[in-house]
Design a binder for this molecule. Structure first.
Ligand SMILES: [Zn+2]
Length: 618
């Protein structure tokens, strides 16, 4: 007997923008790119994968989780998340992970596997966007080389060279991270871009030059600063940061948001640190350029910097692809502690193992590591062992602020309940509640009550919506039959069964129009014996349908069914038999009774429904 995981619920897309994009890249090109690529290779650039049987598993980069429900099947070249139901082929992964369009994803994959690609865009707007992004990357690279060349050679960059030397930044690090120098003038980059023939529109969009407030013309954004190019994960120069060398203001200046630079999604140094994060399983999160560079230089290379922007949930989501454990490193000054407090909420929501490392008074990561002449790595790690859990950190901070008198302890409780309520994991929450009660010497039940009140107020707002969607789910369930999904799973896993399905005309009995539609697409395509899904997924335009197909091929265990023919036949016959017997308007009756609030009618109808379901299962 085959047992299957049946219910496939499709949640709304939360954070990734999907646009309907006409497929203007020739299909054979897409097939060529996909055939050359390997999904395990592609995904493992973003997710730590572990092999388990036929599949690989890892933490999903698309939703918050602590156990690995994200799977990759190399034989079928698809990924699927059992938690949030994201799924698809290598291209779908690249699109979703990077938040880019389909043609951009094809380009990226083609570049990775060295396949030349000439795009003929059917949609000028899409083509325009892709072109602009590429021009910006090209321009940034040029400007990076210009700044770096200045730092290395220009006579007027002497002060910058001296400054870096004084801070102890090594020539190797300067070279590896392409540090540069912006000259003390208004038009260094303006002239460079003119000389290079860069269009005015692109030049302005890069944020590197700004229109003069009076009169015509433009001026440089970065002047007389040390320049730090900011790379994205694909090693492309997305933006720049600049630090002033004297006491002027602002001390740090970054590129503005552009089409290629999104500060909420970019972490300084990740392109260089990611492999180290992966090997060590942890990442240190620091604040500044020099914090990062000094740690990196001294051998702490599993490290990234947030660059003055508050840590975002996107940052954390990205980092989860590289490390399970995260250590937030902060200065012990008030600003640092407040920043730590703000970041904690994000980590609580994302359910990541997070520690807070507050450095000894008067140190920041840069000064701390640079002062260690003997064994910097050892000294750092020794310090890191004192990192506190988030709750310990918050408790200590609260205790410092409020003292430990009766009133003080009550205030601590008031403060801590906010954080405790934000913890999604109930078991973890109750552990912390116990801990807090002990530390405060307050009855555990009193703490529990406080937190429960808070949790209830927080969820009150969304309750209405949840109820509605629960109703919808009931209706959906009544209208669907898990066996229809099983049929599709089977067609995907055993293409040799497709003909049988077609001949039986079982599709005519499907409740689900969507499954029917997808089944037809599968039939049209006829996959090869290896069950290759590449081409199937490329032929499906709707990303939600792609996810469904990925789900159908990962769920169910058709691969393990030995005698496929009779199992398939039985399944098909059961669907047809039950439909013929119960082809009545029961479902619509239930829905209308629900709408009109006829509880007694509803009970009767539900009873009937159960009888039918019982029949289904026999
Ligand atoms: Zn997921």
């Amino acid at each position: 007997m085959i047992s299957m995981e049946c219910s496939i619920i499709h949640g709304a897309r939360e954070w990734c923008l999907w646009f309907f994009i006409p497929m203007y890249i020739p299909e054979d090109k897409i097939s060529q790119v996909l055939a050359a690529s390997d999904i395990v290779d592609v995904v493992s650039e973003a997710v730590i994968l572990k092999r388990s049987g036929q599949n690989f598993f890892g933490l999903c980069p698309f939703h918050s989780e602590k156990t690995s429900s994200f799977s990759v099947n190399p034989a079928k070249q698809i990924f699927y998340c059992f938690g949030c139901h994201a799924g698809g082929n290598a291209l779908a992964f690249i699109m979703k992970y990077n938040g880019i369009s389909f043609p951009e994803a094809v380009r990226m994959l083609a570049r990775k596997y060295n396949i030349p690609l000439e795009l003929e865009s059917a949609d000028p707007a899409v083509r325009q966007r892709a072109n602009t992004r590429e021009s910006l990357f090209r321009l940034n690279k040029k400007v990076m080389d210009y700044y770096a060349g200045r730092l290395a050679q220009s006579a007027d960059a002497g002060e910058a060279r001296k400054y870096l030397h004084k801070r102890g930044t090594s020539p190797e690090v300067i070279e590896q991270f392409h540090l540069g120098h912006a000259q003390d003038s208004w038009d260094g980059v303006v002239r460079l871009l003119k000389k290079e023939g860069v269009g005015r529109k692109t030049a302005v969009e890069s944020g590197l030059i700004l229109p003069r407030k009076q009169g015509n013309g433009y001026y440089d954004r970065f002047r007389n600063r040390i320049i730090f190019p900011i790379f994205d994960i694909n090693m492309q120069v997305a933006g720049f940061g600049g630090r002033i060398m004297d006491e002027g203001q602002p001390k740090y200046l970054n590129s503005p948001e552009t089409m290629v630079y999104h500060k909420s999604k970019i972490l300084y140094g990740l392109h260089a640190a990611r492999q180290h994060c992966r090997t060590s399983g942890m990442v240190y999160i620091v604040e500044g350029y020099f914090d990062f560079l000094s740690l990196y230089q001294k051998g702490i290379q599993n490290c990234v910097a947030t660059l003055g922007t508050a840590l975002t949930s996107d940052h954390v989501r990205i980092l989860k692809g590289y490390a399970k454990k995260m250590v937030l490193v902060f200065d012990s000054d008030t600003a640092g502690l407040n920043a730590a407090k703000r970041s904690i909420q994000i980590f609580l929501n994302q359910g990541v193992d997070t520690r807070i490392l507050v450095l000894p008074r008067g140190s920041d990561p840069d000064s701390f590591i640079m002062e260690q002449s003997q064994d910097p790595v050892g000294a750092w790690e020794e310090n890191a062992r004192n990192a506190k859990t988030m709750m310990e950190f918050l408790f200590d901070l609260s205790r410092q602020n409020h003292g430990f008198s009766v009133e003080g302890r009550l205030r601590i409780l008031e403060e801590m309940k906010e954080y405790l309520a934000a913890i999604g994991d109930r078991a973890l929450r109750s552990l912390y509640i116990k801990q807090l009660a002990e530390s405060l010497q307050i009855d555990e039940r009193a703490v529990l009550e406080k937190v429960r009140d808070k949790v209830q107020t927080d969820s009150a707002r969304s309750t209405g919506r949840q109820k509605n969607s629960a109703d919808e789910h009931v209706v959906q369930r009544l209208r669907s039959d898990p066996r229809e999904e099983q049929i599709l799973s089977m067609m995907i896993c055993h293409p040799d069964m497709i003909q049988m399905v077609e001949d039986s005309k079982v599709l005519d009995f499907f409740y689900s129009d969507r499954l029917k539609k997808i089944a037809r697409i599968i039939m049209e395509g006829r996959m090869d014996q290896q069950g290759r899904l590449h081409d199937l997924l490329s032929r499906v335009e709707d990303p939600q349908d792609q996810e469904l197909i990925a789900a159908l091929s990962m769920k169910g265990n058709w691969d393990e069914v030995e005698n496929i023919q009779p199992a398939a036949q039985a399944l098909i016959h059961r669907i047809i038999r039950v439909r013929q017997k119960n082809d009545n308007p029961l479902v619509s009756k239930i829905i209308s009774a629900q709408k009109n609030g006829q509880e007694d009618v509803l009970d009767l109808l539900r009873q009937k429904q159960q009888e039918i379901e019982h029949l289904h299962h026999n």
